[in-house]
Ligand binder design. Structure first.
Ligand SMILES: Cc1cc2nc3c(=O)[nH]c(=O)nc-3n(C[C@H](O)[C@H](O)[C@H](O)COP(=O)(O)O)c2cc1C
Length: 385
């Protein structure tokens, strides 16, 4: 096994392992990828203040996330595709998260059941929900998650319609997935993925199914998840219904506008995730980090504010915490890990980010997560003359 040094190395290993259609599905954004590029550019433009001559021998990266003590200020974001990037990929990611003691978010469209994930996600399990047209079915999956011990329900609110991802069309990777010549050639030229993922599924019962959908809606992952025509009708009234039904932490994922944060607090949500969906939905949206301060100000002490979008280094985690996020979610990074090397790859991603975070905290003179604040941000001094 290669000892990768950073997330970029692991991304490159994933790129080599996966058919192009799958890698691009995981790695890319939407339309011209402005929002995705903006996520990285805006993080990198935010400079942190170096601190000197402070005792930083002991750094404590632990914090509370949604009411649970976590050794690290980050959790796994919901990503509904790990099962096709690696053999039983969601279980591998959840296991690595559990071993590291951090929360794992199970996506609605995962191929592992809520119960299977609950058994290994020992750092806490959250359920992400795309609300379906059939609201009763959505409430039922929420009840099932509660029975399995999920601690938080993350309702994704930034996907009223399907995103426009032209590369999927070009790669012959559109739903329902069919053995088009381009896709077949792509798959056959990646024999390790073919043997380790696709062929293994075929030999053990066939293509994986959406494991948490009601029977009438479920099907193999080669068919589109049945939410195309329905999320467009989801409104604040629905959120109120989920609040009434769900006793755990309620989190709205995909909030960028401070006014929506206020509304989330009014309706009884516990937290929001400031997120532009990794630049995969609305290409004209602001970068997540640009939106973070406004949401933090609007949330005050009524909501916890989580953040995602573009986290690739420990310094990025620090940047988000400095602007007021309580914790961050990582989306693509663990997917690169699982595609490259399964559970061990995800464990390495977590280890790298934890090491980098600890180093940045020391360099910024902060020995605990609570000490990371806006004071850590470098403000350029005006030059004289
Ligand atoms: C391949 C992929 C699949 C995703 N699937 C979902 C999903 O099912 N539900 C959801 O709320 N967000 C989904 N997301 C968005 C992530 O939860 C997260 O917001 C985003 O990836 C964060 O940006 P980052 O990848 O730069 O860390 C997905 C992201 C990726 C890359």
């Amino acid at each position: 096994m290669t000892r990768h040094l950073n997330i970029s190395d692991i991304r490159e290993a994933a790129r080599r392992r996966l058919p192009k259609a799958f890698f691009e599905f995981l790695d890319r954004g939407t339309e011209d990828e402005e929002a995705m590029v903006a996520n990285r550019a805006a993080l990198s433009a935010l400079r942190l203040k170096p601190a000197v001559l402070k005792d930083v021998r002991r750094i404590d990266t632990s914090t509370d996330i949604l009411g649970r003590k976590s050794p690290l200020p980050f959790a796994i974001a919901p990503t509904g595709s790990a099962g096709m990037l690696a053999w039983r990929g969601e279980l591998a990611v959840a296991r690595a998260a559990g071993r590291a003691g951090i929360p794992y978010t199970l996506a609605t469209s995962s191929t592992s059941t809520i119960e299977e994930i609950a058994a290994v996600a020992t750092g806490g399990m959250w359920l992400q929900l795309y609300v379906w047209d059939d609201r009763e079915a959505s409430l039922e999956i929420v009840d099932r998650a509660a029975r399995a011990g999920a601690e938080a329900l993350l309702i994704t609110v930034d996907t009223p319609v399907m995103a426009n991802r032209e590369y999927n069309e070009r790669n012959g990777f559109s739903f329902p997935v069919k053995p088009r010549p381009l896709l077949v050639a792509d798959i056959l030229s990646h024999p390790r993925w073919f043997a380790g993922v696709l062929a293994k599924y075929w030999m053990t019962g066939g293509m994986p199914h959406y494991a948490n959908y009601p029977r009438a809606m479920s099907g193999p992952v080669t068919q589109a998840p049945p939410r195309r025509a329905n999320s467009a009708s989801v409104t604040w009234d629905d959120i109120g219904r989920f609040r009434d039904r769900w006793r755990g932490k309620l989190v709205l994922k995909g909030v960028l506008d401070p006014a929506d944060a206020v509304r989330a607090a009014d309706i009884g949500a516990d937290a929001v995730v400031v997120s532009n969906h990794g630049g995969r939905m609305f290409d004209a949206a602001p970068s997540s980090i640009e939106a973070l301060p406004g949401v933090v100000a609007a949330a005050g002490d009524r909501l916890d504010v989580l953040f995602d979008g573009g986290i690739r280094r420990g310094t990025d985690i620090m940047r988000a915490l400095a602007l007021g996020a309580r914790a961050v979610l990582i989306g693509r990074a663990p997917l690169y890990g699982v595609a490259a090397e399964g559970e061990a790859g995800v464990a390495r991603v977590i280890e790298i980010l934890a090491d980098e975070l600890e180093r940045s905290m020391a360099l910024a003179g902060t020995t605990s997560v609570g000490a990371i604040s806006r004071d850590c941000i470098w403000c350029s001094q005006p030059t004289n003359g």
